[in-house]
Design a protein around this ligand. Structure first.
Ligand SMILES: [Zn+2]
Length: 322
């Protein structure tokens, strides 16, 4: 198992602390999706349970523990994520209290192999409030031989009481050159790598995924729609209905990124792609970027998504006509 190169430094530090028994009782790996947090959590858990780690700190992949790990049946490893609903067909969208109770019960017993007991909670920010509350009790009564690894794309969604009891490791996107090199190593052409990295804010994992699915064409659609709204060739209501019907959250994300890019271009003295004219527009773009992000948060609530999108698109179009 080899982690992405931008995780090298973090890995070295973690494996050194593992070696010296200095890892905390609870660790939180946070950062955007696509940066390899999950692979890092898996590598750490495998290494902690391995019976003959290599010099680089990685698990050996051959010992009894590693073989059980590969088979998904290691008795001292718990992986907590979304379970199936009671109908047995659809997965839940949150981690519930019974899962945390079962986890705590399991961790209160001694380990099967006499070493550590390792648990991953992923995505930790999707624990519902009672699950988070139950986990808090486990975090308050740490046992020497257990370790919890919380994986979270959006740690701000977790209660502060949970966050404060975990040692946090923030994973950031790598520099541009390393991201391009990594994508090229995945067999991706330079121009495609550049295009996808721009669209995905420099996140290499998400750039790779964007090239494999229709993310980039969705972004182009959003660009065309924003241009049409600026130029009054489209009605906000029509566009809002279309956006609300198909992946509104992703569309608002792309729109926010496009607006951010335009603000940067205008600030650099070049003309943006969204039909705006000059640096005087920058404050409006900044305000709209913030509004788009607030609207994305609203999409996660009970508010009707077509109304959220319409509100936002109105504010895009209105200043243009004034
Ligand atoms: Zn091993």
């Amino acid at each position: 198992m080899k982690l992405a190169p931008w995780l090298d430094e973090t890995w070295r530090s973690l494996s050194e602390r593992l070696q010296h028994g200095r890892l905390p009782h609870a660790l939180m790996l946070s950062g955007a999706g696509g940066l390899g947090k999950r692979a890092l959590a898996d590598a750490l858990v495998a290494a902690a349970l391995c019976e003959s780690r290599g010099g680089d700190g990685y698990a050996c992949t051959r010992c009894r523990s590693c073989l059980l790990m590969a088979a998904g049946s290691h008795p001292d490893r718990v992986h907590l994520s979304f379970e199936m609903r009671d109908d047995g067909k659809t997965p839940r969208t949150e981690i519930v209290i019974e899962q945390i109770r079962n986890l705590s019960q399991r961790l209160s017993l001694s380990s099967q192999f006499g070493g550590m007991q390792m648990a991953i909670i992923d995505p930790a920010d999707r624990m519902n409030p009672s699950a988070a509350n139950a986990l808090l009790k486990t975090l308050e009564e740490p046992s020497g031989s257990t370790m919890l690894v919380l994986v979270s794309d959006q740690p701000s969604r977790l209660p502060a009481t949970i966050r404060s009891r975990c040692q946090r490791i923030q994973i950031n996107p790598p520099g541009h050159a390393q991201a391009v090199e990594w994508l090229r190593g995945q067999g991706i052409a330079n121009a495609d790598a550049e295009r996808a990295l721009t669209a995905m804010l420099g996140n290499p994992g998400r750039a790779r995924d964007a090239l494999a699915d229709d993310t980039l064409s969705l972004r182009s659609e959003c660009l065309r729609d924003l241009q049409a709204l600026s130029g009054h060739r489209a009605r906000a209501l029509t566009v809002a209905e279309a956006w609300a019907a198909d992946r509104p959250d992703q569309r608002l994300w792309h729109a926010a990124v496009l607006v951010r890019e335009d603000a940067i271009q205008l600030a650099q003295g070049s003309r943006g792609t969204l039909g705006l004219t000059g640096p005087a527009e920058i404050p409006k773009l900044a305000a709209w970027f913030a509004a788009a992000n607030r609207s994305r948060e609203l999409l996660a609530t009970q508010v009707r998504s077509d109304l959220v999108v319409l509100d936002l698109l109105h504010t895009w179009q209105t200043p243009r006509s004034s």
